[in-house]
Each structure stands twice: as C-alpha cells, then as structure tokens.
Design a protein around this ligand. Structure first.
Ligand code: SAM
Length: 182
C-alpha cells in the first residue's frame, strides 16, 4: 500500500471516531440483492465493532455480516481481506484515499460513506477515479454523525455532504437518495 494519501490527510485523524446513523445506512438496502436462506449474501464491515449500526441493520435484514475493527487487532491495511460479497462501511476520514485505493485493488463490490470535500482533489485521486468504474450515491441532506453508540446524539453536523463511493453496487454512476433525519 502506498502512503501518499495518508500523509495528506493525517491532520484530520482526530475526526475518525464518528459513527453513522441508521438513516444514512438504510438507503443502501434498496441496492443490495435480497438474502435468501439458499443464497446468502455476505457483507464485511472492516471499520466496525459489534456496536456499529451498519452491522446491526444489515444483520436485521438477513445479511451475513462480519465486523472487524482496529481495536480487535484487525488493521484493514495489514490483514488479509475476508472473503465476502460486499465490503461496506464508513471508513476513517483521515485514510479515505488509502481505503478507496485498496478497495479498488481488491475487486470486491463495495460502498464506503465518505465526505465529498476533497474527494476528487489531487492528481493521485484523479487518476484513481479515472482508471476505475465507480458509482456515487448522493443524499438530499447532510449526514450528522454521532460519537457515542449508546446515546446516538448527533454531535457533528459537518459543513460538507457525505456520499457513498461504490463499485458494483448501484445501477448507474450517480444515484440520488432522500434521507429522513431523525
Ligand atoms: C469514521 S469511524 C466509523 C465507524 C463505523 N464504521 C460507523 O460508521 O459507525 C471509522 C472507524 O475506523 C477505525 N479504524 C481506523 N483505522 C483503522 C484501520 N486501519 N483498520 C480498521 N479500523 C480502523 C476507527 O477507530 C473508527 O472507529
């Protein structure tokens, strides 16, 4: 893995511990194949503990979910990727370029919720996006993340929009979804 993105984004790493509300996760359900007993669908959430709402919601809807997180010794960049049908999460903001680069190289369909600010900036990202097929899910509202899984009180209303960068998930290159914030 190259470290180019990391160096540029390390200053933002204090913002990595923000968690995703349910309303920003459920729009993905419209675009995933339904899981059946004889045809299960597996999802790896590589930046998630068992508390993550990605994990809880996908399990609730019958998906086979494996959650891994750096706190359990599973560094996304240093460990073997799990076999799965989809890789879905909200990655650490300070590492989003490196995360997307690795995901494109793995070739497994993925959806990653990231801030749009700076997403396409830098020659390196320009090259990364230009050389891969990808899709974007764009929301009508900004996602307000939270800091505590118990309270789920929105503690950050970012001055930027969040989008899902996907590969092999959405039916067209850009999909607009309305979210109802609660
Ligand atoms: C923006 S938070 C989102 C957490 C969860 N996906 C959610 O949306 O609720 C990103 C998480 O990735 C974890 N993390 C940071 N670096 C990681 C790495 N190299 N491998 C796995 N997890 C990492 C952080 O500790 C943080 O909890």
């Amino acid at each position: 893995m190259s470290g180019g993105f990391k160096v540029a984004e390390v200053a933002n790493s204090k913002n990595d511990e923000f968690y995703t509300p349910a309303y920003a996760i459920t729009p993905l359900l419209r675009h995933l194949p339904p899981p059946y007993v004889d045809k299960p669908v597996s999802i790896w959430c590589p930046f998630d503990t068992e508390d993550s709402l990605f994990v809880k919601i996908f399990r609730l809807f019958g998906y086979q979910v494996t959650a891994t997180h750096i706190s359990g010794g599973f560094d996304f960049f240093k460990t073997e990727p799990l076999a799965c049908d989809y890789i879905i999460s909200n990655p650490p903001y300070s590492l989003k370029g490196d995360v997307l680069e690795r995901l494109f190289s793995l070739g497994v369909p993925f959806a990653m919720l990231v801030g749009v600010v700076g997403l396409f900036e830098s020659q390196r990202r320009f090259e990364m996006f230009r050389s891969h097929d990808f899709e974007i899910m764009y929301f009508n509202r900004r996602v307000a993340y939270f800091k505590d899984y118990q309270e789920q009180a929105p503690s950050l209303n970012p001055p930027f929009s969040s989008v899902y960068v996907c590969r092999g998930v959405l039916p067209q290159q850009i999909v607009f979804e309305e979210i109802a914030k609660r």
